[in-house]
Design a protein around this ligand. Structure first.
Ligand SMILES: [Zn+2]
Length: 133
């Protein structure tokens, strides 16, 4: 399998599709994940605790949305910290739940993008045996 472009990987992640083939759905429900891709058989959870790293992705996106919201509302619109506390705390509680699936899809997509060899089928990566003399 040749490496895939970053745009392809991101597109598949935001559509919650298999990062390897783009065909299979990664989730069967709001929080329930398929074990493997229905199209190519890619096992999504590669090891126990594999998706722990997706919490960093989720945290990063939460911070990336919270910070501009605070700066804009506080400095551009003059909201006080007291006025901002409840809406922004609500945001940091709701957004990660909404973004949970996307964070997992992005995490797996990053793995496929940065380490494509580990996702190759064994038959594809086998080298022909040298002739015996
Ligand atoms: Zn697949």
């Amino acid at each position: 399998m040749a490496g895939q472009s970053l745009g392809t990987i991101l597109g598949r992640a935001f559509r919650l599709r298999c990062p390897k083939c783009g065909g299979g759905r990664m989730f069967s429900g709001l929080l329930r994940m398929h074990d493997r891709c229905s199209e190519c058989g890619l096992v999504y959870e590669r090891d126990p605790g594999y998706f722990l790293g997706s919490s960093y992705v989720n945290y990063g996106f939460t911070a990336l949305t919270l910070t501009p919201a605070y700066v804009t509302l506080h400095y551009a619109f003059g909201w006080t910290n007291t006025q901002l506390a409840f809406p922004l705390v609500g945001w940091v509680l709701v957004f990660p739940v909404f973004f949970f699936r996307y964070a997992r899809a992005l995490w797996l997509g990053m793995d496929v993008y940065f380490d494509p060899q580990s996702f190759e089928d064994p038959a594809e990566s086998e080298q022909p045996e040298p002739p015996v003399r």
